[in-house]
Structure formats: structure tokens, C-alpha cells
Write a protein that binds this ligand. Structure first.
Ligand code: LLP
Length: 422
């Protein structure tokens, strides 16, 4: 459930008309709904209550500090994959004791900083990383709280490029090697083995792969415990999908997911953590854009809009579907035309939708891309020297710019002209 609905003929975010935000900040922009963020977090958290589960939001899905602060204030933790994400989460008020540090390529400096901050857990993804962390922790005279991220060889996800749980991907420690690496881990003075971590993919619309992976985790707990290795925490990753209005499978609701967690892992006496990203923020955000031109081609009609692939990469990168709706509510039964909705960037892949049937559009119309709160702003960039676009947070009848559009000087601030050109 989200809070983006038509009222008085205009699409609103909670009680604010998107037209009002457009006037204030210009297009394109992202708008997020506080009530939706809070609802998604609390529904997921409450679903996990029966297994005493905790939630660490995957910051990569949306790293805006105001979004993190909203979630952190409700008790949410953070799953981070860089020192940058870790520091942003801490600045947003999420204590290190609720932060899990993940990622396949942590450097010695990353590990130092994670230990310095005192994160709850470091998810180690390979044998060499384990050795490096042991060295870094030992040099500091501490023991690092560690889960090994194992790769359960269960592939899942809405697209090949967001599948992580099969053994052909770079993620995690191969299933068959896990036992030996756990044995090594418990022998290391700088490592305090706490648990097992997995993450099998993203935009998963079925419970089956989760269940298969959780059962493998269950087996591994038994194997490790039989060997005297204490396992007290399980980190199940993220991955539960959200509806993108594309007619594909509707993902199961959080209580059904939680029931699988309970059935497969609930009796092991482990503290359970999940790391959802998309589930929390996906439907809590829209990208609003203005139609610049309607261009008639001989085979199709293009709606050229002012947002582009640099603002929302998902369609170009994963052929992802985002629902598109006009901000001005169309009349019931209004005529529809098939459009290719494209951005201004000089790439053929700068296309948001092909042959999408939409109410008749004209230059100056505002449209909203739905389900754009996850992996939208956080994956955006300045390609074509286009400024990053504003992010706006709505709460009831109020809204605030939570990231403004940079000036050209700010965009170029890190560049320098070599002195031989002066
Ligand atoms: N935990 C780990 C270790 C992850 O790598 C990820 C996402 C998550 C949690 C959160 O997964 P979620 O609940 O959001 O599915 N950019 C792609 C998605 C990439 C996901 C990467 N890892 C997209 O726009 O679809």
C-alpha cells in the first residue's frame, strides 16, 4: 500500500499535490511519502516479530539521510556496503550497534573503519577477506563480530543482473567450502564467529527460492553446531519483491515470508535479521517528469520527457518496468495512445517504456513513474552533465527538499584545469 493517489483530479503524495512540488522545485524530481516508508517498515518488522527478527534497511536502495532518519527513528537498522553508506547511516541517527557491514570487496581501510565505528556485524564473503579482517582486528586488539555470507546456490531474482544466490555469481562463500572456512574462522584470534548470512537476489516474487535457501541455512547450522561451532545469528538478506504493475507475479506479502522464516528457522534459537531495501522504499517514491515534446515518427509516437536514464537507470539497465501515470487525472474512458517514453540523453537505451498505452500527452504535461523510491536516486548520476535531480520528502500536508539540485559550479567543483593550460 502506498500514499500516491488522485485527489481533486491531481496525483498527490499524501496531502500534497505533485503539481505544487513541481512548481517549487522544477522537474524532474523524486518525491517520497513518509507514511508509506513508515508503513512498509512497520508491516515488515511486525511480521518478523514472531521470530524476534530485526530489520536492517539496505541503504543502497535509497541512501538519502532524511529517508534513513525516518526509518532509524522507528528502530530500523542499516545494511551498508561502503564506508560512505556506513557514515551516512550513522549521521542519520542509526547507531553502529544496528549496522551490518556487507559487500564483496571490502578493503583493509573499510574493515578498519567498520571496527572503529563498532558495527554490530561484518559479513565476510571470502577466505582472503577473513584473513585480512583477522589481521586488521588482531592489530587493533579486538575480535570482529562476523557472519560468513554463504552462497546457497539458489538463484532467484527479477532479472539475471540482480540474481546473486547461485554459485556462478561473485557473491558469498561457496556452499561446499563453507564448513572448512568456518573451522578456520573459529581458530582465528581476531574473529568472533556469530552467524550465517545469505542474500539470494532481488525483486523475488516467489517464496520457493527463499524456502530452499533457508533450508540450506538450517542444514549448515546443524553441521556447524555438530562441530562445536556456535551459531547465534542468521542474516537472511533482502530480496522480497514489490509489485511494479507490469502484470507479472505479485510478490507474497511480508507475513507469508515471515511464516516461511518461522517454519524453517524459527526453532534454532538464533537472532534473525533481514535486510530489505526495495520492499521498504520502492513504492514509497515516484519520479515526476515533464513532457518536453511529443514527436511523431513514421512507426511510433515518442513522448520525450525531461527525466532520463541518468536519473532512473532501471529501465535501461534491467529492462525494468515502471508504471507511468499522468499527474493530471485522465477522465474515465479517455483516449489512449501507445508511446515510446524516452529521455533526452544521447543513448538509444535512454528509454523508459516502449509502446506503452497512455492517455494522450502534450508538451508541458507532468507524468509520474511509480515505484521509483528504490534504486532510483541512489543509482543516479550526472551523465550528459545533467545535474542530480531534487529529492523531496512529503509528510502529511508538508514537504521538504531533502536533496536540492546542484549548481553547475557544484557539479564541476572536483574538476581542475592543469596548470599547463592556464
Ligand atoms: N542485502 C544485500 C547483501 C544486498 O546485496 C541487497 C541488494 C539487499 C540486501 C537488498 O535487496 P532488496 O531487498 O532491495 O531486493 N539495482 C537493482 C537491485 C540490486 C540489488 C542489490 N543488492 C535494481 O534496481 O533492481
Amino acid at each position: 500500500m502506498h500514499h500516491f493517489d488522485y485527489r481533486n483530479g491531481v496525483l498527490h503524495a499524501e496531502d500534497v499535490a505533485l503539481t505544487e512540488i513541481a512548481e517549487a522545485v522544477g522537474t524532474p524530481f523524486y518525491a517520497y511519502s513518509t507514511a508509506t516508508l513508515e508503513r512498509h517498515y512497520t508491516v515488515f518488522r511486525d511480521s518478523l516479530a514472531e521470530v524476534n527478527g530485526s530489520v536492517c534497511f539496505a541503504v543502497k536502495a535509497n541512501s538519502n539521510q532524511a529517508v534513513l532518519r525516518t526509518l532509524g527513528a522507528l528502530g530500523c537498522g542499516a545494511d551498508v556496503v561502503s564506508v560512505g553508506e556506513m557514515q551516512v547511516a550513522i549521521r542519520a541517527g542509526i547507531p553502529a550497534s544496528r549496522i551490518i557491514y556487507s559487500g564483496v570487496g571490502k578493503t583493509a581501510d573499510d574493515l578498519e573503519q567498520a571496527l572503529e565505528a563498532g558495527v554490530h556485524q561484518i559479513n565476510v564473503e571470502s577466505a582472503p577477506e577473513l584473513e585480512l579482517l583477522n589481521a586488521v582486528a588482531s592489530a587493533r586488539g579486538v575480535r570482529a563480530p562476523v557472519a560468513l555470507r554463504v552462497n546457497p546456490d539458489v538463484g532467484a531474482g527479477g532479472h539475471e543482473k540482480i540474481t546473486t544466490g547461485n554459485k556462478e555469481t561473485k557473491f558469498g562463500i561457496e556452499w561446499t567450502a563453507a564448513h572448512a572456512i568456518y573451522k578456520r574462522a573459529v581458530s582465528l584470534p581476531g574473529i568472533d564467529v556469530k552467524g550465517i548470512a545469505i542474500h539470494i537476489g532481488s525483486q523475488i516474487a516467489s517464496l520457493k527460492p527463499f524456502e530452499a535457501a533457508f533450508l540450506r541455512v538450517r542444514d549448515l547450522v546443524a553441521i556447524l553446531r555438530a562441530d562445536g561451532i556456535q551459531i547465534s545469528r542468521l542474516d537472511l538478506g533482502g530480496g522480497l519483491g514489490v509489485p511494479y504493475e507490469d502484470g507479472n507475479d505479485i510478490p507474497p506479502p511480508p507475513p507469508e515470508y515471515a511464516a516461511i522464516v518461522k517454519r524453517t528457522l524459527g526453532d534454532l534459537g538464533c537472532a534473525i535479521t533481514c535486510e530489505p531495501g526495495r520492499l521498504i522504499v520502492g513504492n514509497a517514491g515516484v519520479l515526476v517528469s515533464e513532457v518536453i515534446y511529443v514527436k511523431e515518427g513514421s512507426t511510433r509516437t515518442f513522448a520525450v520527457v525531461d527525466a532520463a536514464m541518468n536519473d532512473l537507470m532501471r529501465p535501461a539497465m534491467y529492462d525494468a518496468f515502471h508504471g507511468i501515470v499522468p499527474v493530471a487525472q485522465p477522465e474515465a474512458g479517455a483516449e489512449q495512445i501507445a508511446y515510446d517514453v524516452v529521455g533526452p540523453v544521447c543513448e538509444t537505451s535512454d528509454i523508459f517504456a516502449k509502446q506503452r498505452r497512455l492517455p494522450v500527452l502534450a508538451a508541458g504535461d507532468l507524468i509520474a513513474f511509480r515505484t521509483a523510491g528504490a534504486y532510483g536516486a541512489s543509482m543516479s548520476n550526472q551523465y550528459n552533465t545533467r545535474p542530480l535531480i531534487p529529492e523531496v520528502l512529503v509528510k502529511g500536508d508538508r514537504f521538504a527538499v531533502i536533496r536540492r539540485r546542484p549548481t553547475l559550479d557544484e557539479m564541476l567543483a572536483l574538476e581542475q584545469t592543469p596548470d599547463w593550460m592556464a
